[in-house]
Design a protein around this ligand. Structure first.
Ligand code: HEC
Ligand code: HEC
Length: 185
């Protein structure tokens, strides 16, 4: 007797599940069997170079027409050659010639100063920050790095191998001075 009731309950549950499944099958999303809709715009290969005078309005679009979508360019690599670059003018903050991934600079710690503080520079063979980095706004010398120079990346940046987006004809003063007088502007 007990077993019979159990079998009836199981049979009813299975029948109900089958019913729900068929109902779901019939009323499911109508577009289920349709071919996927073709993408409205196919990405265009971006040239990643600015061609002056080529009718480009926005160099940052890398030659992709405004009504088209461009492929994202490959991610750039941060230069890590450890070779200090020439500065373009005397008070330029030198660019960082090494990768800085994971170097934390916050209220409690400054990773850059581990190597670039005067006291540690010899150990790590890093150029110590110059004296300007210890001066406050009244030109007083502080014992530790000045708050004005604490967040190094405000002024110092790494360089990547990304192609330039905007043409640049900058010449430093030495190349201007050494060019023949006629060429001077
Ligand atoms: C592990 C030690 C170390 C740490 C940490 C470090 N540096 Fe350096 N840094 C060096 C060394 C060594 C050089 C010399 C060139 C080279 O070998 O890469 C250098 C060079 C530089 C230069 C070039 C100086 C010049 O005169 O051209 C700058 C700018 C610089 N680092 C900024 C930073 C900043 C900003 C941070 C933090 C985000 C940082 N560094 C963290 C070791 C370090
Ligand atoms: C407000 C901008 C600014 C900030 C912030 C700053 N620097 Fe500089 N840094 C400069 C400038 C400008 C120079 C080049 C002229 C000079 O030495 O003052 C320079 C020079 C340097 C040099 C080369 C020194 C030499 O004698 O060749 C190093 C190394 C350096 N900075 C590291 C750092 C580190 C590390 C930090 C963060 C603790 C930092 N800087 C924060 C602007 C800045």
């Amino acid at each position: 007797m007990q077993n019979k009731h159990l079998w009836i309950a199981v049979g009813l549950t299975v029948a109900l599940m089958a019913l729900v499944f068929v109902a779901g099958w019939m009323t499911g999303r109508p577009d289920r069997h349709e071919a996927p809709v073709a993408a409205v715009s196919t990405p265009v290969d971006a040239r990643a170079v600015f061609v002056p005078g080529a009718g480009q309005i926005d160099a940052l679009r890398r030659g992709v027409p405004v009504d088209k979508e461009g492929h994202p360019p490959p991610m750039a690599h941060v230069e890590n050659a450890d070779l200090r670059r020439a500065r373009a003018y005397p008070m330029q903050p030198p660019t960082i010639p090494h990768a800085i991934d994971g170097y934390q600079v916050d209220r409690n710690s400054n990773r850059c100063m581990l190597c670039h503080a005067r006291a540690n520079a010899a150990t790590f063979q890093a150029p110590p920050v110059s004296v300007t980095h210890y001066m406050d706004r009244d030109d007083q010398f502080l014992a530790t790095i000045s708050p004005r120079r604490y967040f190094c990346n405000q002024c110092h940046v790494v360089q990547t191998d990304a192609p330039v987006l905007v043409a640049n004809q900058f010449r430093d003063i030495d190349s201007v001075l050494s060019s023949p007088p006629a060429a001077k502007e």
